[in-house]
Design a binder for this molecule. Structure first.
Ligand code: NAD
Length: 339
């Protein structure tokens, strides 16, 4: 069993912990929190040993009936791999500790590429992550872009990508964030950081992105246009997506035209937390005009990177060398079949 610790049990951390706990070849040796928030109570319900970032707060946890197993450093010592899911920028501060303890660590998309020196997407570069000490799982939007660009690139060759990201304002639990009533250009200038971030995984792709933030919490929506080297058909693209374990199709017959209905669908399907771990490509939006392809895809910001973290663990430990096998194992353990 691969021993995994999750440093930072928040939006991403709690999902990764559940995904890891479901795997036949992994176990959670501990999760960490800074404050005794409701998520600390979830660790207790799940039976995950709880470690704390600030030992001075031990009394505050214990007063609420939350047993503290030790410090974050003690948690790391028990792990083969630490998934660092602390807020963007904190992972960089934790890097010296991982180095000192000689631990493998996975960082999230809120960290710069340079923190790990290697940016990961299961689809694109799993084999290059084998045996590495540090890996960064790219952000939710970048993961969604990399999956679909790589799939079409392998089949047809992609010469150019232009994409606009319409981003959710905050995660559902983030009550203090906005905007509440505005469309915010993020940034006003071109490109947004998403295109350059895709290049950390797929350096040969010509990509430019723009982004804006809108007042919603559900999901991001991408409007994507790609130029292909070889001629494609809508049917060909649909069958590539159909065969992909982590790209789903929002079929016209479902009547779904929005992120709200899509999220409702995921909840009705009984997905944990209503999570959509796959890209959700709107089948009817796929248009092929000459060598140009157009489509919309929705990306569940809290979810798509979760399964990537699980694969990254296997790659870094080197226990599974074939990316397709790791993806199969991860999905099967989570009872995940793309929509
Ligand atoms: P979050 O704020 O929901 O959770 C972070 C957790 O880390 C909190 O529980 C916090 O208490 C804890 N924490 C803070 N400082 C800590 C420390 N020094 N030691 C241990 N724990 C500490 O954040 P999140 O949304 O889960 O984001 C985590 C990372 O994942 C960021 O890099 C972010 O950019 C990335 N990410 C987030 C999303 C998303 O939709 N939320 C999607 C993809 C990637």
């Amino acid at each position: 069993m691969i021993k995994v610790a999750v440093n930072g049990y928040g939006t991403v951390g709690k999902r990764v912990a559940d995904a890891v706990a479901a795997q036949p070849d992994m176990e959670i040796v501990g999760v960490s929190k800074t404050r005794p928030s409701f998520e600390a109570f979830v660790t207790k319900a799940r039976g995950f040993p709880l470690y704390i970032a600030d030992p001075g707060k031990k009394g505050a946890f214990e007063k609420l009936g939350l047993a503290v197993a030790g410090s974050v450093a003690e948690m790391m010592e028990r792990a083969d791999v630490v998934v660092d899911a602390t807020p963007g920028g904190v992972g960089k501060e934790n890097l010296p500790l991982y180095k000192k303890l000689g631990k493998k660590a996975i960082f999230q998309g809120g960290e710069e590429h340079e923190v790990a020196g290697f940016s990961f997407c299961s689809d694109c570069n799993y084999r290059d992550a084998i045996g590495r000490q540090f890996v960064r799982v790219v952000s939710c939007n970048t993961t969604g872009l990399c999956r679909i660009i790589n799939t079409l690139d392998k089949a047809y060759g992609v010469t150019k990508v232009r994409a606009t990201m319409v981003r959710r304002a905050s995660d559902p639990g983030e009550v203090k964030k906005g905007p509440v009533d505005a469309v915010v250009l993020d940034p006003v200038t071109v490109p947004s950081h998403h295109g350059p971030d895709v290049l950390t995984v797929l350096p040969h792709i010509d990509i430019t992105t723009m982004a804006m933030i809108v007042p919603t919490t559900f999901m991001h929506m991408h409007a994507v246009q790609m130029d292909l080297k070889k001629p494609a058909t809508k049917e060909g693209i649909l069958s590539l997506i159909d065969a992909h374990p982590r790209i789903g199709l929002v079929r016209g017959g479902t009547g779904i035209k929005s992120t709200a209905e899509l999220k409702e669908y995921a909840m009705d399907l009984g997905r944990p937390r209503g999570d959509l771990w796959e890209n959700c490509v709107f089948a009817d939006s796929i248009g092929v005009i000459g060598s140009e392809v157009y489509f919309f895809q929705a990306i569940h910001q809290e979810a798509d990177i979760v399964v990537e973290n699980v694969d990254a663990i296997r790659a870094m430990v080197g226990s599974v060398k074939d990316p397709a096998e790791s993806v199969r194992m991860t999905n099967a353990a989570m009872k995940f079949t793309a929509i």
